[in-house]
Design a protein around this ligand. Structure first.
Ligand code: IDP
Ligand code: MG
Length: 151
């Protein structure tokens, strides 16, 4: 197994519902090291590049609005971007985060504990976590400069 880096985003629902601390607590106790952190205002371009693989999905437009704080704009457009590092971090952190649909996520996971399905069907699942090594490398390059990571 390799030492990996993975991107986590605490999404606008997590920021607006004051879930950053609880989410970081879960990630820290999963045994991984935080090596990068910053608050980011998500531009249209960043949102599109981040979710490019989902561009043909029926939920793409609401997803763009969601990640840019459009459903939680009492807190403006803010996400907390984090990078965690450790052995097999990508897969292990996905286990800590839980399934995409918060109603199907195991209740011990972050999404199972704190996520909800909005009335319009959108998944307000609190966190993003890179899905695999290829996505992690692409997403890290998109969100962080190398010198912002203290590994
Ligand atoms: P992931 O976040 O678990 O990797 P992806 O399939 O990459 O899941 O989808 C990215 C995000 O798009 C999800 O976290 C969720 O916010 C949203 N999403 C995915 N599938 C659906 C869906 O079927 N309905 C509504 N929103 C969805
Ligand atoms: Mg994904």
């Amino acid at each position: 197994m390799a030492i990996e880096k993975t991107l986590i985003l605490i999404k606008p629902d997590g920021i607006s519902r004051k879930l950053s601390g609880l989410t970081i607590d879960r990630l820290d106790h999963a045994g991984f090291e935080m090596i990068g952190a910053k608050v980011v205002s998500v531009s249209d371009e960043l949102a599109h590049k981040h979710y490019i693989e989902l561009k043909d999905e029926p939920f793409f437009e609401p997803l763009m609005k969601f990640i840019q704080g459009g459903f939680h704009n009492n807190y403006k457009n803010k996400v907390l971007a984090l990078v965690y590092q450790g052995e097999n971090a990508i897969e292990e952190i996905r286990k800590t985060v839980g399934a995409t649909n918060p109603e199907e996520a195991d209740p011990t996971t972050i999404r199972g504990s704190f996520g909800r399905v909005a009335t319009k069907g959108h998944y307000e699942n609190v966190v993003h976590a890179s899905g695999n090594a290829k996505d992690a490398a692409r997403e890290l390059a998109l969100w962080f400069k190398p010198e912002e990571l203290l590994d």
